[in-house]
Structures are given as C-alpha cells and as structure tokens.
Design a protein around this ligand. Structure first.
Ligand code: TRP
Length: 451
C-alpha cells in the first residue's frame, strides 16, 4: 500500500488550510451578513467569536488529525474505542462534506459563469438595468446551472486526484497568492472610489444600536462556516502534518488570514456599493447583482469584474478541494481504495446529489413544490442543514470529545509537540471545555426557535 501523504512544507499546509477556510463564506457571505446586520458592532462580535470559539475548535481539529494521522472516522475511533458513539461525529463530517459541496458547487458555478460573462465583456454590456434580470435568468436556467456545476466538480477532481503535496498543496500555492494579488488590485481600486470613507465607517465604526441578539448568534454560526470547522476538513488536513509542526500557531495564522481576507473583501465591496448608491443590506444577491451593476458603470469595468469573479472562483476551488478530500481520505484510509478511484467515485456522487440544487431555481419539483412541503427549496434546505445543524453539531462533538474524552496525557503531549506556545494549553482547554459548548448550545436553541 502507498504511504500516506504529507505536506511538503509547513507553509504548504498553512496555505492549503487557509485556502479551505477562505472561500465563498468570506467574499460572498461575510460582506452581505455584515450589511444586513448594520456593520461595525457585528464585525466586533464576529471577531470575538472567531477568537473564543473558532480558534479553539480549529486547534482541536488539527490536533486530533495530527495525533491519529488518519481521517475523521478513524480519528475518533483511535482515540476512544471502536464501538464508541463518538465515531458518529466522524460520519457526520463525511456526510456533511457531501451535503455542503453539493450546493457550494452551484454557487461556485455562478462565479464561473460570471467570470466568463466578464471576460467576454457581457457584464459591462448588460448595463445597470440588465443585471437583475440576467441573474434571475441564470438562477432559473437548468442548463447553465448543471453545466457549470459539472465543470466546477471536474476542476475539483482535477486538483484532488493529484494527492496531498502534488494536488492540494501545489494548487494552494498557486491559488492563494493569486487570490491575494487580485484582492489587492481590487482594494486599490476601491480606495480610489468616493464611497471608501463611508465604507470604512460602516465596517469599522461602532454602531451598537444596529446590533440584535439574532446578529450575535449569526456571527457565531458564521465563525464555524468561514473557518471550515465542524466537519473534519481541518482534522483531515491536520492528519497530513508532521509531528514537528506547531499546531497552535498554525491555527492562529489560519484564523487571522481568514479574518483579514473577510475584512478586506468587505472593504472591496462596500466602497463600490456606497459609491453607486446601492443598498448594503441587499442580502445574498449582494455580490451577483450589486457588483455587476457597479462594474457596468465603472471605467475598466470589464477587467475589474473579471478580477473579482476569478477571485471568487479561486476562493471556492481552494475550499471545495478540502471538502472532497474529507470523503476521499475516508475511502482511502478505511476502505484502502486508490486515490484516483476514491476521488472519482465521491465526486461523481456529489455531482449527482448536486443536481436537485442546480434545478432549484428552475423546476417546480425542487423549487416551489419542494418548498411547499419543506418550507424552502432543495438548495436552501441543504444550506440551512449545513450551517445551522451539521457544522455546529460537529463542532460541539469535536470540542466535547477533545476536552472531555481524550486522555489528557495524549492531548497534552500532542499540543506540546512542536509548539512555542505551551503556555496557551490551559486557556485553550478551558475554552474548549466550557465556553465553546455553551456558545454552540446557544446557536442550537436559536435554531430550534427557543431563543
Ligand atoms: N470555509 C468555507 C468558506 O468560507 C466554507 C466551508 C465550510 C468549508 N465548511 C467547510 C470549506 C469545510 C471546506 C471544508 O467558504
């Protein structure tokens, strides 16, 4: 049997794990929920959630992976016992990857389509009035949604099939710097716009009157999504780490990078939105509607819009590969499958599970009829299941398992190995034991509608 893969270098791991974290969540979702929640105060709460909940859980995930050198199901089994119920959290991670990637790929497909439209000058050609109808048409088109969904899954397979250092790491080394450069270009562009100072005040100004309890809990839920924690992706990436690498400092670096990108994305978007007199609280359509409207009026709009949507594709791809890797590594570790077979079979299944999501905007079957029965269409149901249930539940399981079940001797040794931050151990464990479970329980109570 082939030897299990490892990262070629520590930087490679950091880039790949940051690539997993930085995704549609940062560029598409964070700015719009910031807009909906009124800016500054929400941002501050979000930062607190990242530091007190996200960071400890990410550290725990990477630690479980590195300690066991195996994928989520095996990791829980190794550190408890083979018949233990904890293993269910490993399964949840694998199941979660199927669910999330199947609809994530649809949104990534929109970004591909918009990159194509930008490149061919069609975004600018739409003019401000054509943008809304164009998005509605894409949303309702079965053919376009399916086509781009399959293209995006094929791209994801193309990376994952190459393995850990020659696939995931090599592509992260290309995609992440490209993403930083595009982001900087766009930031410089936004800096020159009239709306920049208003945007600065909106994102960083402290307007407490806007903040609601729902906003606080939304910030917490988003901390899970944006850091890719709760479903074993970081655990899987951690399992390819060498023992000499520092877990705690890696988790800090990844969280900081993810946060910087989310804030930068906001500072790219809001100046555009304010300059062109658009509504910051426009919701999920913020990126796909507001940005093209602005681009169609901006000098150099063709280039800027292409840069923007290419950025979105890169960010989505470096995340989707880590979701596929969770399933692939499970098949490789548990079933002893070859990587090529595992990648193709799991991606094939996801491509099929994604079909109803692709058809949610266009057919009655997965759109309206489905919504009549379940309250939301298929696509929205999957999104809701993932962010409100699977990720927080997985995060809770990982926190409780690491803090209360794993043997302290093993946990402490693993934490210390390779770290300069030994003094953080007690604080980390405290957060994991008490703060994280309480915070996640609050999210659940909200989801059930009790608070
Ligand atoms: N963090 C990703 C983003 O911000 C989304 C995501 C959630 C994810 N869970 C994941 C990515 C697990 C990879 C693995 O867009």
């Amino acid at each position: 049997m082939a030897e299990r893969g490892h990262w070629g270098s520590k930087v490679g791991f950091i880039l790949a794990a940051s690539g997993s974290a930085v995704g549609l969540g940062n560029i598409w979702k964070f700015p719009y929920i910031t807009g909906v929640n009124g800016g500054g105060a929400f941002v501050l709460i979000y930062l607190v959630c990242i530091a007190l909940v996200g960071l400890p859980v990410m550290t725990a995930e990477i630690l479980l992976g590195r300690a066991t050198q195996t994928s989520p199901v095996g990791a829980f089994r190794k550190l408890s016992s083979s018949r233990s119920g904890w293993v269910a959290f490993g399964w949840l991670g694998v199941a979660g990857s199927f669910v999330i990637l199947s609809y994530y790929s649809i949104v990534a497909g929109w970004a591909l389509h918009y990159s194509y439209l930008s490149l061919t000058g069609q975004i600018v050609g739409l003019g401000p009035d054509g943008v809304g109808p164009a998005f509605d048409a894409l949303f309702a088109s079965n053919g376009l949604n399916l086509f781009w969904h399959f293209v995006f899954m094929a791209l994801t397979v193309g990376v994952v099939i190459g393995g850990v250092s020659k696939g995931l790491e090599r592509w992260a080394r290309i995609l992440m710097p490209a993403l930083f450069v595009l982001m900087l270009i766009l930031l410089v562009n936004s800096f020159t716009l009239d709306g920049f100072s208003r945007a600065l005040d909106f994102v960083f100004g402290f307007h407490t009157e806007q903040l609601t309890a729902a906003g606080v809990l939304e910030a917490l839920g988003h901390a899970f999504f944006t850091l890719s924690i709760g479903m074993g992706a970081m655990l899987t990436y951690g399992s390819y780490l060498h023992k000499k690498d520092d877990i705690m400092s890696a988790a800090i670096t990844i969280s900081v990078l993810d946060t910087v990108i989310a804030l930068t994305a906001s500072m790219v978007l809001f100046p555009i939105i304010f300059t062109y007199g658009m509504e910051p609280g426009a919701g999920p359509g913020l990126v796909f509607v507001s940005v093209p409207i602005a681009m169609s009026q901006m000098a150099g709009g063709t280039f800027v819009s292409f840069a923007f949507f290419a950025l979105l594709v890169f960010a989505a791809l470096s995340s989707s590969i880590s979701m596929l890797e969770v399933i692939t590594s499970y098949m490789i570790d548990e079933w002893k499958w070859l990587r090529s077979r595992a990648t193709l079979v799991s991606a094939g299944i996801i491509a099929v599970i994604g079909i109803p999501s692709a058809l949610s905007g266009g057919t009655r079957l997965f759109g309206d009829s489905f919504a009549d029965v379940f309250g939301r269409n298929w696509f929205d149901t999957f999104d809701y299941l993932a962010s409100n249930w699977i990720l927080p539940l997985g995060g809770l399981g990982i926190a409780l398992f690491t803090a209360w079940r794993v043997d302290d001797a093993i946990r402490h040794r693993e934490f210390l190995e390779g770290t300069n931050l030994a003094l953080f151990y007690k604080g980390w464990l405290f957060l994991l034991k008490y703060v994280v479970p309480v915070a996640i329980s609050l999210v659940f109570l909200r989801a059930i509608g009790i608070i």
